[in-house]
Design a protein around this ligand. Structure first.
Ligand SMILES: *Cc1c(COP(=O)(O)O)cnc(C)c1O
Length: 337
């Protein structure tokens, strides 16, 4: 039986071309800032976003956590959506790594508004934590791959500037949003103080994330990365996959979005599905009428792997290791369930 893995876009394995890029990578000691491939990847990313500098790290979690640490002091408060990855999926890292607390906002599929952010800022009062940072997530993972309206991001930016708050983007899947909404990396670079992007999601690298910001911020981030244990030596073998992915794997994300739409349409006809968040990018989250684990077990029995992300929600994520044959097979299996 063919196994079709929709659990996450992190399950991809390097293509032969990506492996070749790894094998041919020029490397050095990156803790000495001497790895030519890491340096090149960081320069490429900074340039793409029109920002001054960037730093490579092993995971998106570390990249976000370094960013938050650099933007905050212990006792500060960070504003984010109630289902934000930085809050629900990073092991309490904001508390343990930065000594900061979180004020959450109920978003629309993970998207918060400028009005909500403004209302969440604490007054300058000794009783209150100092609000210092706003984190957005685009696309929103738990929001089913939803994308922000850039005009709203601009409004939130103004609130941040007016109130002297730092502005961080968890852009684990930002490239999905860019291709879906025809936006540019530079628009985002102009707007945020720091951006974390994942290479290990839709871009298909085995590991790695990049944090992008201005020179002073990245200098601070280099120290924090070392403290967090993320200083790697000949990381260029991995950075080479990132260089390859930024060159070859961005435009093709559109394909993943088409696949997600096809899955959404097939699921719509099923009696065991109560509702579906319209697929905007590569994630489909469907609410089930029956226990989600029964649905995932039934799919699994047919070779389709998904995640039951809650008692009544299943999640499909499309990615570059899903072939056209797998898509056809998936649609057939769903139709026959
Ligand atoms: C995957 C993900 C991350 C980082 O995850 P790692 O597994 O640590 O690379 C951060 N934010 C979002 C929204 C994600 O989906």
């Amino acid at each position: 039986m063919m196994i079709i893995d929709f659990r996450s876009d992190t399950v991809t394995k390097p293509s032969p071309e990506m492996l070749k890029a790894m094998m041919n990578a020029e490397v050095g000691d990156d803790v000495f800032v001497e790895d030519p491939s890491v340096n090149k990847l960081e320069e490429m990313a900074a340039e793409m976003f029109g920002m001054e500098a960037a730093i490579y790290s092993p995971s998106g979690t570390m990249s976000n956590q370094i960013g938050i640490r650099c933007h905050t002091q212990p006792g500060d408060e960070v504003i984010c959506a109630s289902n934000a990855h930085v809050y629900i999926y990073e092991g309490g890292g904001i508390a343990s790594n930065s000594g900061s607390q979180v004020k959450t906002i109920e978003g629309n599929r993970g998207r918060i508004t400028a009005e909500q952010v403004l209302a969440a800022i604490n007054p300058d009062d000794v009783h209150k934590a100092r609000t210092s940072l706003v984190c957005l997530e685009n696309t929103s993972n738990r929001g089913g791959g939803s994308c922000y309206d850039f005009a709203e991001i601009k409004k939130i930016k103004k609130v941040c500037v007016d109130n002297k708050l730092q502005f961080h983007l968890d852009g684990a899947r930002l490239f999905n949003a860019l291709v879906a909404k025809n936006e540019t990396a530079k628009q985002y670079g102009e707007t945020f103080d720091s951006i974390s992007i994942c290479l290990n999601k839709g871009l298909g690298c085995p590991i790695g994330s990049i944090l992008i910001g201005n020179k002073d911020f990245i200098k601070k981030a280099r120290r924090v990365r070392k403290v967090f244990g993320g200083g790697m030596r000949q990381a260029g073998f991995m950075a080479a996959t990132g260089i390859y992915a930024l060159r070859h794997n961005i435009e093709r994300l559109k394909q993943d979005h088409i696949v997600a739409k096809q899955i959404e349409e097939a699921l719509q006809k099923k009696g065991f599905i109560k509702s579906i968040m319209p697929a905007e990018t590569n994630i489909v989250i469907a609410e089930t009428n029956v226990p989600a684990k029964d649905v995932s077990a039934k799919l699994e029995a047919n070779g389709i792997r998904v995640i039951a992300i809650s008692a009544n929600q299943v999640r499909f994520v499309s990615h570059l290791d899903i072939s056209p044959e797998m898509v056809d097979a998936t649609i057939k299996i769903i139709n026959n369930l």
